[in-house]
Write a protein that binds this ligand. Structure first.
Ligand code: MN
Length: 586
């Protein structure tokens, strides 16, 4: 704790210093553009609506549970960023699905024994000292109002309860409000799917350990109960996800409008995340992918340190998270607002693949069929351009000394067509489930002409022939990466594009960028150099007393500058916010 005080003191000192110079100069010169779709207000639900929804979900879980069983859902543990600093807390999805409670250290217990169905919430007692530092905790009344769960036990009694499960003894809460007779046969816990499920082992470590400490029960994984329920979204869930998508749509639009003023990828990323925050998204659902030029061919590129070059394509795969639901939207657009012939050719194939897949999306159809339609379109398109020798042609890899045929198209389209979307960006649910209204999948084909993609092929006669044919075409298209990703809601009639407000055709993107870029005024934010690498001149640095130990040599030594130092006008153009003869570094 002591260290936190220190940091605060230093920051406070800096702020005072900054305020003394000029605090009002940061007034934004931006005007609200008309072409960009402003996110509609967030959906609102009454307590009655929300409680009814959560009660329905719990009823469905009870239905799926066996007789004489108990389910224990722990809240997720805080994730450490470094030392005593945690990442922002995020509740475990299934506990949230049944309670909407964001309280750390809350535990939900569901008991099913014939007609006796109990819902018990172990909730931490409010603690004024803790709340002084970390904010308000739920009172029991709060927790009931949010979740609709009425029976509460203090979290300090959770260990006694878990012990009673282990020992198969009765549990009676101290206030006698809860008593359990310990006749359970089945114990449900959220568990890793198998030992090699490394993500599951990390996410459900506590549950896994607890399961190993008990005996005499049939231990069942609760995940298969939740997956089919969460796969089909309710109208309330659809509204929340639509809101996350609307925020993301605005973020994408603002980025397309400002990119002509940006020199670096992170500036465009900043516009995305500024919009997320501005529209009160909780966070992103996954780290933003903002890659220009060759970086667009790296599927999960997150560094955002590259230059925005005018003739290049920008690929942005970003998603706001709102109330535990995440959007997942990709657009690829030219930095200068105009596709080149080659860029347009690749883009059109990906677009057509999306359209082909969308035609297959309707109740009763399958995820696989839509996926195949997209793959088929990509294969045909690549063959037509000459990037593969024929739609079903292969190249060779060598495995254990033997050549194995691989589809050529996979050199350029190496990921799946889509995935379920919801509380997880790659949401739960069986991909063999026939489509039904309320299911949401992404539709995200892509083509990535990676510069080094042909460099790794084993030197076999078949590959030589393939390379001879394809390389001249490859030279024309290399370093072009295109992904288009939309979020698709299965409806009674077929499918709805939840991302429909975001321009997607080549013509619409070019028209939108031309119009929207005129409406965004970003000139005061423009800068010519990369602040992460810049070395300012140090003749007129102005440091407060706190910073005396930080000498000018630290700058001239070529160190990365990503700190809150304040320095003066002359060479401070890279600092982002420049005013009154000084500016703020990052
Ligand atoms: Mn995706």
């Amino acid at each position: 704790m002591k260290s936190k005080f220190l940091v605060l003191t230093v920051i406070f000192g800096l702020l005072q210093f900054g305020f003394g110079l000029n605090i009002k100069a940061e007034t934004s010169a931006k005007i609200e553009p008309k072409t960009i779709r402003v996110t509609p207000p967030a959906p609102k639900f009454t307590d009655v609506e929300r409680q009814a929804e959560l009660a329905r979900r719990r009823a469905k879980v009870f239905e799926a549970m066996k007789e004489k069983s108990v389910m224990i859902l722990f809240s997720s543990e805080p994730k450490i960023y470094a030392g005593d600093v945690d990442f922002m807390y995020r509740q475990e999805n299934n506990l949230y699905y049944l309670t909407n409670l964001k309280q750390n250290n809350a535990t939900l217990v569901l008991v099913k024994d014939g007609a006796n169905k109990q819902e018990i919430l172990f909730l931490p007692k409010r603690n004024p000292q803790f709340e002084t530092w970390n904010g308000k905790m739920y009172s029991r009344e709060d927790a009931t109002k949010i979740s609709g769960v009425k029976t509460m036990v203090d979290s300090s009694e959770l260990n006694d309860f878990l012990q009673s499960i282990k020992n198969k003894t009765a549990f009676v809460s101290k206030d006698n409000a809860v008593s359990n007779s310990a006749t359970f046969e089945t114990l449900y816990l959220l568990m890793p799917k198998m030992a090699i499920d490394r993500d599951g082992m990390r996410e459900f470590r506590k549950e896994d350990e607890f399961s190993k400490s008990v005996s005499g029960y049939k231990i069942e994984n609760a995940q298969p109960i939740f997956a089919p329920l969460r796969l089909v979204k309710s109208p309330l869930e659809i509204k929340l996800l639509q809101h996350a998508i609307d925020i993301t749509t605005e973020a994408q639009m603002r980025s397309m409008a400002m990119i002509s003023k940006a020199n670096w990828e992170y500036e465009v990323q900043a516009e995305v995340e500024y919009t997320f925050r501005r529209r009160n998204a909780d966070y992103w659902g996954y780290p933003s992918i903002v890659g220009c030029g060759p970086n667009a061919t790296t599927l999960h590129y997150v560094e955002s340190q590259g230059e925005v070059k005018k003739g290049d394509l920008m690929l942005m795969d970003v998603g706001a998270e709102y109330d535990h639901y995440t959007a997942d939207v990709t657009r690829t657009y030219p930095a200068n607002g105009k596709f080149t012939k080659e860029q347009a050719e690749i883009y059109q194939i990906v677009y057509d693949a999306q359209e082909a897949a969308a035609k297959e999306l309707k109740p009763g159809a399958t995820f696989q069929k839509a996926s195949q339609a997209a793959v088929e379109t990509i294969k045909q398109g690549l063959a037509k351009l000459g990037l593969i020798t024929a739609p079903n042609a292969t190249y060779e890899i060598v495995f254990k000394g033997k050549p194995i045929n691989m589809p050529q198209y996979q050199l350029w389209f190496m990921h799946g067509w889509g995935h379920w979307l919801g509380m997880n960006v790659h949401d739960v649910g069986d991909y063999a489930t026939p489509l039904q209204p309320g299911m949401i999948t992404t539709n995200e084909p892509g083509i990535y002409i990676r510069e080094d993609a042909l460099g790794f092929l084993p030197d076999t006669p078949a590959n030589k022939e393939f390379l001879a044919k394809v390389r001249p075409v490859f030279e024309k298209y290399k370093n072009i990466g295109v992904r288009i990703e939309d979020d698709m809601l299965i409806t009674e009639k077929g499918v709805e594009w939840m991302t429909k407000n975001l321009p997607r055709t080549i013509a619409d993107i070019e028209a939108f960028m031309a119009k929207a870029s005129k409406e965004m005024q970003y000139s005061f934010l423009q800068r010519k150099t990369n602040p992460a690498m810049a070395i300012p001149e140090n003749d007129n640095l102005i440091f407060g007393n706190d910073l005396k130990s930080f000498t000018a040599n630290d700058f001239t030594g070529g160190k990365t500058i990503r700190r809150g130092w304040i320095y003066s006008e002359k060479n401070a153009a890279y600092s982002g916010l420049k005013h009154a003869k000084h500016s703020h570094g990052e």
